[in-house]
Write a new protein. Structure first.
Length: 569
């Protein structure tokens, strides 16, 4: 047998495979790596209750295209969810330490489950017949703050998840192999195709997504449903009234005009209705100064004018100090017309129902629906009144908890010269969207420009990677110029915006200047034009990466000798 073995080598000598690759090999390698990286890295939120398989596939396809043409936007979305999940875990740990209870604090996987809309409440009658409502991270935080954190075992969350650590590891190995190939070609002074460079950009983004979403459950279709028990009704009512889901077409929630009176300040005698006479001021145009400090996570932080109503002299910050756009100080000063301090007709019923012992009472100084810009004047339903009665049950408990932990007063209450109000935070929704916007982090209390800075930095890195290919082979000189121009536009704009958003976090005057520019119609039109060119540049880089393969140098198909990179004698 040994002689036969050596004889076979003598008659049929061993020949190594040719050190080349074909166009098909190149396409398959890049497209396969690009597809599996984008597809497997996406960890989308729980879909709506009535979504079909077709709708879920369409949603995923949209995000895949977004990951191909704008991967930094997906990265910033993952970054926002990571910040929110980490914040929720820290807050629950604080509650556990404060209450000294025996139940375990939530893991990062359970917190991600809450962030993605994995916890729902059975709603039904009284809440627009919605079969279920998703708790936002702020909603879970409220339940934890009041000692009602739902029991969602981590084992149950992992059982719902389709994530596979082995599959993720294989994808990471494939991505690492692609990176290793590019490094090997650069060391061997072999040319790299534009398609490979574009693929590397997506591979790096996919690795960042894996890092941010490693603990997030994958492909969860059925959330955990909290049954509607008697103790849950006041929580559900309060969260509904505070959330935008209860708002009208004008965005006015049921909680907007409800002022809260602490137990120590309530009077036992009834208080007559106070209405400001329109003729009490000259021509009804007298303005009075007011101050409002919004709760952290309030929707008013994004648009105080829409929240408060049509205002006269308005600016962010107090009258004694310069404007401050910081989300850590949601403070606004404004002038309001006397004649508008009246009550909307549909809210008159509260002055007949509310009694001194009610913690929540319709404000006698401010009614948002009485302003001229409010177009919604429907009568209040019995369900709305019932929700108000239920929310009153919970308010004193929330106030007492904030009294015991004063640092959380700004999280749950809005203080104003018009009264003390409950913060309008988004606690529940029909579902949790994947993209919450670049300025929204709820009660996480992160500067609104932090996500924009992360997005700009990722765009700068993406553009810089493509700029590095300026000296590679291009079929025509025009394609080279367009490639360099597109890469420079993306990279330079990313760097500029990154520095701008970083500066705006500490230089308050920049925010005031930006608000003035935003109201200029000419500059707004110019900005939309620049955004269009920016999108075209992104599309060109992806398309050119494939089109350029029609003509490449022969050395592109050579592969490096890996033995040259290994230490040997």
């Amino acid at each position: 047998m040994r002689l036969l073995f050596f004889a076979s080598f003598y008659l049929f000598p061993w020949t190594s495979a040719p050190n080349f690759r074909g166009t098909w090999d190149l396409l398959v390698s890049c497209v396969l790596t690009l597809t599996i990286c984008v597809w497997s890295a996406l960890h989308l939120n729980v879909p709506t209750a009535n979504s079909t398989l077709k709708q879920r596939n369409l949603r995923r396809t949209k995000w895949i295209f977004l990951g191909i043409f704008a991967p930094e936007l997906v990265v910033s979305t993952a970054f926002a969810q990571y910040l929110t999940a980490s914040w929720l875990q820290r807050e629950i740990l604080k509650d556990v330490s404060y209450r000294k209870v025996e139940y375990q604090e939530w893991s990062i996987t359970q917190c991600y489950f809450a962030v993605m809309g994995g916890i729902t409440i059975q709603a039904g009658e009284g809440f627009d017949s919605s079969p279920r409502l998703s708790l936002t991270p702020e909603g879970v935080r409220l339940l934890s703050f009041l000692g009602r954190l739902p029991h969602v075992p981590e084992s149950q969350v992992r059982d719902k998840s389709k994530a596979d650590g082995l599959a993720k590891s294989i994808v990471c190995l494939q991505a690492g192999w692609m990176i290793l190939q590019i490094i090997g070609r650069l060391i061997a002074h072999l040319p790299v195709t534009l398609l490979e460079i574009n693929t590397i950009g997506h591979v790096l983004c996919a690795l960042v997504l894996y890092l941010l979403w490693w603990s997030k459950p994958l492909e969860v279709k059925d959330p955990t449903l909290i049954p509607r028990e008697e103790w849950m009704d006041p929580f559900l009512a309060l969260m509904w009234m505070c959330s935008p889901i209860s708002g009208t077409d004008d965005g006015i929630t049921e909680m907007r005009c409800m002022s809260y009176t602490p137990p120590s300040q309530r009077r036992t005698a009834s208080v007559p209705t106070i209405r400001v006479d329109e003729e009490s001021s000259e021509n009804g145009e007298e303005l009075r100064p007011h101050e409002t400090h919004f709760s952290i996570g309030s929707t008013a932080a994004r648009d105080p004018r829409k929240f408060l109503g049509p205002l006269g002299d308005f600016r962010v910050g107090s009258h004694e100090r310069p404007p401050s756009p910081s989300p850590f100080d949601h403070h606004v000063s404004y002038m309001i017309k006397e004649r508008e301090l009246s009550t909307a007709p549909e809210h008159e019923i509260f002055f007949q129902l509310q009694e001194p012992h009610h913690p929540l009472q319709h404000s006698r100084k401010y009614c948002r629906r009485a302003f001229e810009d409010c177009k919604m004047h429907d009568s209040l339903t019995q369900f709305a009144i019932q929700r108000w009665r239920l929310a009153c049950i919970l308010m004193d408990d929330l106030w007492n908890q904030c009294q015991n932990r004063p640092s959380y007063m700004d999280f749950y209450f809005t203080t104003s010269s018009l009264g003390l109000f409950v913060g309008e935070t988004t606690y529940i929704n029909t579902h949790i969207p994947n993209f919450m916007g670049l300025s929204y982090l709820g009660q996480v209390n992160v500067h609104r420009d932090r996500l924009k800075s992360a997005l700009s930095f990722a765009a700068a890195a993406y553009g810089a990677l493509h700029i590095a290919a300026w000296n590679e082979y291009f079929p025509t000189q025009a394609e080279r110029i367009l490639w360099i121009a597109s890469s420079m536009a993306i990279g330079s704009s990313g760097i500029f915006l990154w520095l701008y958003f970083l500066a705006r976090q500490s230089i308050e005057s920049l925010d005031t200047f930006a608000n003035r520019l935003r109201t200029n119609k000419i500059l707004s039109f110019l900005g939309r034009g620049i955004l269009t060119l920016f999108i075209l540049a992104r599309v060109y880089l992806v398309v050119e990466a494939f089109v350029s393969l029609r003509r490449v140098p022969k050395s592109v198909y050579q592969t490096p000798e890996w033995s040259d990179f290994l230490p040997h004698l």
